[in-house]
Design a protein around this ligand. Sequence first.
Ligand code: IPM
Ligand code: MN
Length: 365
Amino acid sequence: MVDSPRDASSIALIRGDGIGPELIAATVQVLDAVAARHGFGLDYFDIDAGADTYRRTGTACSPQSLERMRTQADAILKGPVGLPDVRHPDGTEAGVLGGILRTGLDTYANIRSITLLPAVESSLRDPGPIDYVIVRENTEGLYASRGNGVGNRWAVSDTMIITREGTLRVVRRAFELARGRGGAPSDGVRRVTCVDKSNVLRSFALFRDIFTEVSVEYPDIEVEYLYSDAAAQALVLRPSTFDVLVMENFVGDMLSDLGGATVGGIAMCPSGNLGDHAAYFEPVHGSAPELAGRGSANPIGQILCAGMMLTYLGRPQAGAALQAAVRAALVKGTVRLRADGSAVDGAEGLARAVIDEVDAAPVPC
Ligand code: IPM
Ligand code: MN
């Protein structure tokens, strides 16, 4: 069955900084090819946001832009943003959008897929299959202190906030996600792992208590508890045993980069920031300004974001086809990556190889 036809979805594009514009241009080509093949339309509009925007206008994303995304976009496809020299006087980066978009759109669940794709070399000696999802809480935790730290030049304090409501909703998302997956690669068991440091901090103990409370609603899903330090070790030693993991914001930021390192680098990792009324999709990596314009940016993470986005938009077949095209091109070797993860044929060349697979694949009718 083909995905059900309906009006063209409206996509806001944030092209971003550094390699961002190359990645988005390549990804839009892939999206257009998938849409044409599957018989639906996509409309795009640009949103000016990021470090360059901050430099030009004094704000990384205006309230008007945020409102436009909230009211006019069915989904947002965002490239990496940020430039190392664009900073607030306190030293924090001024061009990043995490605080503005995640809080502004209340996209509380950051879904970060860690998948070892075919023909991609892992940094682990004997990784086995890796296919898990980190659900990173996105609106509270330690990063709720973003812009709010208190102190002086001798001492500064940032406070971690864990709320009951904030934890309930993200943990439910994690269990729902696990229901729709096939379990961990090692044993096929649907499992949600709670990652926290509840042996030390009360905030994490609350997170764990709420996780346990929610888990009772999902008797079909196995639960596991890990402290965050032990989780870092386990993600290296036994990655195949993981299915879905849920954790606080800062811990999720750290462990998702660690996971990325085991599947060929964070350039391979897509993510979706999901709320109840909005969603935006962005690669986990940064804007790598030193690589911009050199014809070697790797758009795989960004392209896979587009696949997640299509599924979110109610086009799961098209999303799966896009993912399958990336896999097929990797297997055939038409997508060529260097050992450092960069793309031999640049973002556009890589996108062309993926589009060839999109065009060659049969579309079920
Ligand atoms: C990420 C990034 C952002 C974050 C930064 C750039 C604000 O590291 O999305 O993982 O901290 O969330
Ligand atoms: Mn990060």
